[in-house]
Design a protein around this ligand. Structure first.
Ligand code: ATP
Length: 236
């Protein structure tokens, strides 16, 4: 078997917010082709870990990024869309990413198609539903062709059909060869989408397993409690 290629490696990484330790001694390697689901109770450090992987927070310990992961994008839980049409949100993102003018129109059209937004292209983006805005955020990310995509609870607050649409898009991104890391409170979603599950508790990684093994394992009592939904509100 080929050795997996590391895209981002964290070693002994810690993040503090004043008196709060959000992450402690985290060792994590994101490999090319992974679809990692970060799971854990509220406040366990999922968002902070995404931010640390993406280089958005001050930390102790080390973060090494491979050249392969130079193009990386983060999609936030509440996507920000600008007061422009759907198509212009895409074009602006491509312009900001430095995509040459001659390519922008084509890439924007492909992204609209990909995310099922062609019919909405001229609508003001802020008038879209939550699910449509999330699809626009994913289209904007995809248009930039990142090798690595970070997603913070991409389907939070969406209805079941919008959730399914987002999951279908993400499955397609994975099939294209994109590497993804996503935080989620939805264990069914982790099971459906992820190749690997990383379970966090109070800023610590307590399990990092292939998805099937994570859901099959019953060795660690607290992980099992979490899976049963008994560790939901663990804010400290
Ligand atoms: P949730 O599931 O509720 O989104 P999470 O697992 O993503 O939570 P984080 O948002 O990473 O958890 O938070 C980890 C810890 O760091 C929590 O105790 C949180 O209160 C704290 N924290 C996060 N961001 C900040 C901040 N900007 N300032 C102070 N404390 C913060």
């Amino acid at each position: 078997m080929n050795t997996p290629t590391a895209m981002v490696s964290l070693a002994g990484l810690g993040v503090r917010y004043g008196a709060v330790t959000a992450l402690r001694g985290v060792d994590l390697r994101v490999n090319r082709g992974d679809f990692i689901a970060l799971v854990g109770a509220n406040g366990s450090g999922k968002t902070t870990l995404l931010q640390a992987l993406h280089g958005m927070v001050a930390h102790t310990g080390s973060r090494v990024v491979s050249e392969l992961a130079a193009a990386q994008v983060m999609v936030f839980q509440r996507p920000f869309v600008l007061r422009l049409s759907v198509a212009n949100n895409l074009r602006l993102a491509l312009w900001l990413a430095g995509v040459p003018a001659r390519e922008r129109a084509l890439r924007a059209a492909q992204a609209l198609q990909r995310a099922g937004l062609v019919a909405l292209r001229d609508r003001p983006a802020r008038a879209l539903s939550g699910g449509q805005q999330q699809r626009l955020a994913l289209a904007r990310a995809w248009a930039i062709r990142p090798a690595l995509l970070f997603l913070d609870e991409p389907t939070a607050n969406l209805d079941p059909s919008a959730k399914r649409e987002i999951e279908t898009l993400l499955t397609g991104f994975k099939a294209d060869g994109m590497t993804l890391v996503m935080s989620t409170h939805n264990l069914g979603q982790a099971k459906r989408l992820a190749t690997r599950v990383v379970y966090l508790e109070r800023g610590d990684i307590r399990a990092d397993l292939p998805t099937a093994d994570f859901f099959a394992q019953h060795g660690d009592g607290r992980t099992e409690q979490f899976l049963r939904g008994e560790l939901k509100w663990d804010i400290e």
